[in-house]
Ligand binder design. Structure first.
Ligand code: C5P
Length: 222
């Protein structure tokens, strides 16, 4: 479908369905998908498991040097590995969600992960979703989408998704966590979540995932 190397950036607030959209789009147009949020989640998990004080920048730098993140496809599912351990389920847990935005606001963490993300896009086409993909990681991306939706609808969707994975939580906790992460993501000093002028904005509050995918495909194929 695409006849040249293409980078597609998908940014937006927490739990807007960016990952689902990115995965479906990747399958439809047969290019790789990278979940940049999973990388921040893996770093947060490492910090939790090693009881690291992330306010101490020398501790952060020592820890970052020991962190190795890669992705692999396991049973058809894009899976995150931290130091060669499959952490796909653990990184989605409420304990990781509760600190990931603080961890993602640390400049040293961003420097390391952004460099890795750029490397992934050097040779091949890819779709990457996150918060700063179109604004910072790939400012020259071929397509930039900014996804948004009503916060209550987002919290309901996230709750269902967590339950589907066997992770129990309440609507209130999920809703508060989304608001908390959106606040930190939009107000942090380094690479905050912003809507760039050249991004195509899609509010999917009332869109099914199929309708959203069809809309994006129509834009890409234009
Ligand atoms: O996308 P997801 O919700 O899994 O991302 C987890 C967290 O990682 C976000 O709340 C945000 O704080 C951070 N993140 C980021 N920049 C990205 C991707 C995610 O700061 N490119």
């Amino acid at each position: 479908m695409l006849n040249k190397k293409t980078i597609i950036a998908i940014d937006g607030y927490s739990s807007c369905g960016k990952s689902t959209l990115a995965k479906d789009l990747a399958k439809s147009i047969n290019i790789a998908y990278v979940d940049s949020g999973a990388m921040y989640r893996a770093v947060a998990l490492y910090f939790i498991d090693n009881s690291l004080k992330f306010t101490d920048s020398s501790e952060v730098n020592i820890a970052l040097a020991k962190i190795n993140i890669h992705f692999d496809i396991i049973d058809g599912v894009n899976t995150t590995f931290l130091n060669n351990n499959n952490v796909e389920k653990e990184i989605r847990s409420p304990k990781v969600a509760s600190i990931v935005s603080e961890v993602a606001a640390i400049p040293e963490v961003r420097t390391k992960l952004v460099a890795l993300q750029r490397e992934m896009g050097e040779t091949n086409s890819l779709i990457m979703d996150g918060r700063d993909i179109g604004s910072n990681v790939f400012p020259n991306a071929d397509f930039k989408f900014f996804i948004t939706a009503d916060p209550k609808v987002r919290a309901e969707r996230r709750l269902l998704e967590l339950r589907g994975k066997g992770i129990e939580s309440s609507f209130e906790d999920v809703f508060n966590n989304l608001k908390h992460r959106d606040h930190i993501d939009t107000t942090r000093k380094t690479n905050p979540l912003i809507q760039t002028k050249d991004a195509i904005v899609i509010d999917n509050t009332e869109l099914t995932k199929e309708a959203q995918l069809a809309l994006i495909l129509s834009i890409i194929n234009k």
